[in-house]
Every structure is written in C-alpha cells, then in structure tokens.
Design a protein around this ligand. Structure first.
Ligand code: ARG
Length: 467
C-alpha cells in the first residue's frame, strides 16, 4: 500500500518522504499499541452487537487484533514510518491477517475519537501505577518517621535556624504533600476515564452505534456527552501534567533538603554508596546525584504543563493535527514522575542515613530556643511583645559574650527579669522546646505520635481503596 492510498483515492501522488517523516507519530505513539488493540476490540464487539457487522465478522476482528497483540509482544510486529501512526499500522496489519473484513474495523469511527480513547486508556493505567508509587514513597517516609519521633532536627524559616523539630514531624510534612498528590490523581483518574469513542471525526456517526456498551467493555466510567468536546478535549492531559508538576515540585523540595543535609556544612545525613556517585577528578567526593537529578527533572515536567496549555489555547474546535503533539508531553510526564518517585523512595529507604548525634548537637548549639524564653515570661504574665523585646536583648548580649542561652547563670537571668527562676534551664532544653509545642498539628512528640498513627491508618485505607 502506498502512502497515497492510505487515506483515499482523492490523493494522486504519495507524500514527500520528508513530509511523511514529519507527519508520522509511529515513532512515539507505538507506546499506545496495547490500548489501541483493546479499544479496537471493544469497537468491533460493539459493531457486532449493534448489527453493523455480523457476529462472525466481529469475532474475526477481535481475534485478528489479539494476534497482532501476540506479534507485538513477541517482537514480530515492528511497524515503520510508512504506517504513519499506530492506528494505521494496526488496521493495515489486521487486513493482512484477516483479509477484507479487516477493512470493516473503522466503520463508525475516526482516528480522532480513536486516539482520544487510546490516550485515556493509557493514562488511566499509568495514573494507577503512579498512585502506587506515591503509596510506596509514603510508606518509606512513615517507617523513617516511626524511627525518628524523638530525633531532633533544626527547623528553618528563611533558611535561618528557627525552632527545633521532631524529625518525624519534618518527614510527615512530605507524607501530607504526597497525600494531596495521591488524592488529586484520583480525581484526575475519574475525569480521564470518560470515553470519547463514538464521537466520530467530530459530529457523531450515521450508524446505530452503542457508545455506552463500548465504554462499558473498556471499563470507562462514562461517555463524553458532546462529540466535539469528545474529540478535542485534552483537559485531562493538562490536569495530569499539573499533578505531575506538583509531585515533582514536592520531590524537588525534598531533594533540595537532602542535598543541603548531605553537605559537610550541615552533615545531617550520610549518603550511602548505592545512591551516590563520585567525581572523575576529586577523589574525596560523594555526590547527591539522585536528588539533583530529581530537582532537575522537575523543570522539564513543568515545561510540559506549559507546553500543553500553549498547544491548546489557540485551537478551534474540533480535532487539529496539533493534538498529535500532546503525546510526547504526556508520556514524558508519566515516565519522569514514575522514575523520580521510584528513585526518591529508594534513596530514602536505603540511600541515606540520618546522623542523630549531629542533629542533637545542632539543636543544642543555637538560639532556636529564644521563642521559648519569651513564652516562659509570657506564661508568667509578662506581655508577649515585652518579653520578645527583652529576649532580643539577651540574644544580642549572649552573642557578644560568645555564650548560648543555656550558659547564662541564674543571676544573669534574674538581672534581666525577676520572673526568671531555676526552671528556665529545663524550659529551654531542646527536647522540651520540641515537646512543648503540643498544639494540634505541632511538633510536640505526643502530637507527632498521634499524627503518625493517623497517617498510618489513612495509608492503610488508601492502599485498600479503588479510585
Ligand atoms: N496520529 C494522530 C494523533 O496522534 C491520530 C489522529 C489523526 N487524525 C487526523 N484526522 N489526522 O493525533
């Protein structure tokens, strides 16, 4: 079959070879082949059920498509550029296999509703895979948090020491972000899982099809109500790129922290050999490649989100060939998100080790207990702002004297304010500073234990849920 004959007899000559290459999407949409086959099998069965083709013809088509699946899986079916796209490639092979009946497959269908169907089937599958990855990522965070409820870590604002935290509290913040990611993908799954099949090229079809039947065979949760919207909607892809971007943004923030923590200046974690690499010239180095790559890959996923929005904004209804450009963006968002979640999960599970002794030393050697001095006075009736100003002076004087707050004598404290008593030392010890923050959602150890148990229960429920 020549290129000219692929479409119709309207064409007199074949495509210019460079234009054929330019036009072709087979190089990337071959990824959709299993979904294309499944979608076509449902379409064929629907045609048979509705009497548009005979039951025997439907069976022949379904079996022929299954044979192509086997050929593809065993590496025998490798269509080239001359097939233009995966849809043409399959139809052509089907006709070779089952003869003229193969030419009936495309009755009451267009590649426009077909490609929309394939893309949705692909994406809904991959969304489920990514949601599993999110749960695995959360599981590792939960396990780490369980080990580190009482491990302190400096908490920062503006990357300046602020108040000490339970390390578990810090890790649980990422569990919460991942939870939103998981839920968001569940919503996107539901909007992705709508069938455009039967929208035809744009206006529906003259055949007495049953769109709901085909949709049901494919496990779709519903069908597009409007055929124009059915073939031209890519909201689900944009939403997915947005959800991927948020996941990568979260992973990138964690990456940035791991990179800082593993530096000599922080030394809060040690990187294990399995997840870091050396330098080709500086023999002493061990580089945090995994988090750096994740941080870098976030940029390209954000780029796809932007690319898809720009791709869509000028398109008149309904299908336009521009839409072929959605695929590589979607595939890359899927693959990058999946790979980054996997890599970060491995990194947390076996690629790094926290250094509790370093963390404890860090929180004992700073002024991150200054708020607690002010709170101490405020609890004794001194107005908070007044206490705050006083402690500011104490910090300045201590810095000048090269002392920490814990080094001040009781006489020095009492000279600052008569309300200070011996219990000031206990009030500013790091464990107390952490455990005292027992407000709901705070870092107090008791609260963190509760939050951890709640996050565990929620995780179990998510694990056993369906979207
Ligand atoms: N390869 C095309 C795509 O990915 C399939 C749909 C083509 N439809 C058309 N009318 N040219 O979008």
């Amino acid at each position: 079959m020549t290129q000219a004959q692929t479409w119709s007899q309207r064409f007199e000559s074949a495509l210019h070879p460079a234009i054929a290459r330019f036009n072709a999407s087979i190089g990337f949409d071959i990824k959709l082949i299993e979904y294309d086959l499944t979608g076509s099998q449902a379409h064929a069965r629907m045609l048979g059920k509705c009497g548009i083709i005979s039951p025997e013809e439907a069976t022949q088509l379904v079996e022929g498509l299954e044979q192509i699946r086997q050929e593809y899986r065993s590496g025998q079916f490798t269509p080239g550029i001359d097939a233009e796209d995966v849809h043409f490639a399959v139809e052509r092979r089907l006709t070779e296999l089952v003869g003229d009946v193969g030419k009936k497959l495309h009755t009451a269908r267009s590649r426009n509703d077909q490609v929309g169907t394939d893309t949705r089937l692909y994406l809904r599958d991959r969304i489920q895979g990514i949601r599993q990855r999110i749960l695995a990522f959360q599981e590792v965070l939960l396990k780490l948090a369980e080990r580190h409820v009482e491990t302190p870590i400096p908490g920062y604002t503006h990357l300046q020491r602020a108040q000490p935290l339970s390390l578990a509290h810090h890790l649980l913040a990422y569990v919460e972000m991942a939870q939103r990611d998981w839920e968001r993908l569940g919503e996107i799954y539901r909007r992705t899982n709508i069938s455009p099949l039967g929208s035809g090229a744009l206006a529906g079809t003259t055949f007495p099809i049953d769109r709901h039947y085909a949709a049901e065979l494919l496990g779709f949760g519903g069908v597009y109500a409007n055929s124009l919207d059915g073939v031209s909607d890519r909201d689900f892809a944009i939403e997915f790129a947005c959800a991927s971007s948020l996941i990568l943004m979260h992973l990138s923030r964690l990456s940035e922290e791991v990179i800082l923590w593993s530096s000599e200046e922080f030394s809060f974690v040690t990187l294990k050999d399995s997840c870091s690499t050396g330098s080709s010239i500086m023999p002493q180095k061990k580089n945090p490649d995994v988090p750096e790559l994740v941080r870098g890959k976030a940029g390209r996923v954000f780029g796809h989100l932007h690319g898809l929005l720009v791709l869509m904004k000028g398109l008149p209804l309904a299908y336009n060939k521009d839409l072929q450009e959605d695929k590589e963006a979607i595939f890359d968002c899927v693959e990058t998100t999946d790979a980054c979640l996997e890599a970060m999960t491995i990194l947390l599970e076996e690629g790094l080790e926290f250094r509790p002794e370093r963390l404890a030393a860090a929180v004992a050697e700073d002024f991150s207990n200054a708020t607690d001095v002010a709170d101490y006075l405020a609890a004794k009736g001194v107005p908070f702002r007044e206490a705050y100003n006083l402690v500011g002076k104490v910090v300045r004087a201590s810095l000048a004297a090269g002392k920490l707050l814990k080094d001040l004598t009781l006489e020095e404290w009492q000279a600052l304010h008569p309300q200070f008593e011996e219990d000031i030392y206990a009030a500013i010890a790091p464990e107390r500073v952490i455990s005292a923050r027992n407000s709901y959602g705070g870092t107090g150890f008791e609260r963190v234990r509760e939050a951890l148990a709640a996050a565990r229960d929620r995780w179990e429920a998510c694990k056993n849920s369906t979207p």
